[in-house]
Design a protein around this ligand. Structure first.
Ligand code: DGL
Length: 253
């Protein structure tokens, strides 16, 4: 079984891409809605919450894990391989597949993400390893606003404020390095205009999942969601993204 972990609904964008390539895999998804948003939390907090979240997924039968939260990748103070006794091929996180996708690209790159991700420098360092510089834009309130079901106008205002004063070179590619952001990709398009290409890393991560998890993850296509706190916006997005899937939602609290 594949376990997917995020602070809340952001990982649904990754699950949606994974479902395109691994439709018959069984998936257990944990959204830590009680503790979301993660992107404004300390490194110590995120380390503890992530280890606990991934242990829960393992207890529920996940052998292969997709850690669908960039803020988590950016902030871990321990090696997940050591903390969870995972082999490298059992864990996929967001940064590696995303950066690898841009090997050989010459386009100017802009990365927008939570403060935890931008401040950690994890993407900037990884891009430097493939000889690329990347401009970072942190958007502090956006993931929380999406998680809480903010209106389109509120979301657009947050994005516009974050990009105020940022000059995007012609031909830039904007990387949405927070799994919540593709949920509001149309707001990014509206605010930033059509000159900017927007990249959703979910597809690069799904490609990696297919390579690493197929064929051992052929199952019955079951989907179970576990939430640490019930969330109407989460349920609504899951129903919208997976209209033909029967899924269960278990709430821990
Ligand atoms: N979706 C997560 C990420 O990719 C976390 C967003 C948050 O909870 O702040 O960073």
């Amino acid at each position: 079984m594949i376990g997917i972990f995020d602070s809340g609904m952001g990982g649904l964008t990754v699950l949606s891409a994974i479902r395109e390539v691994l439709p018959s895999s069984d998936v257990v998804y944990f959204g830590d809605t009680l503790n979301a948003p993660y992107g404004v939390r300390s490194r110590e907090d995120l380390t503890k919450l992530t280890v606990e979240g991934l242990q829960l997924l393992q207890k529920r039968g996940a052998n292969n894990i997709v850690s669908a939260c960039n803020s988590v990748s950016a902030s871990l103070a321990v090696s997940l391989f050591d903390a969870l006794s995972l082999a490298p091929q059992q864990l996929i996180e967001m940064v590696g597949p995303t950066v690898a996708y841009f090997k050989g690209s010459a386009a100017p790159l802009v990365l927008c993400a939570t403060p935890a991700t931008i401040q950690s420098g994890i993407y900037q360092n990884a891009f430097r390893m493939i000889g690329r510089d990347v401009q970072g834009v942190a958007i502090e309130p956006l993931a929380g606003a999406i998680e809480n079901g903010a209106t389109a106008e509120e979301i657009e205002a947050i994005i516009a404020a974050a990009f105020k004063g940022t000059v995007l070179e012609p031909g830039s590619i904007l990387i949405l390095a927070c799994t919540h952001y593709p949920i509001v990709i149309s707001a990014f398009r509206k605010v930033l205009g059509s000159d900017v290409t927007i990249f959703d890393p979910a597809f690069a991560v799904a490609e990696r999942a297919e390579k690493q998890f197929w064929p051992q993850e052929v199952g019955d296509g079951r989907t179970t969601f576990i939430l640490s706190k019930d969330s109407e916006p989460f349920r609504a997005l899951a129903a919208k993204l997976f209209p033909n899937t029967k899924f269960e939602v278990e709430v821990l609290q």
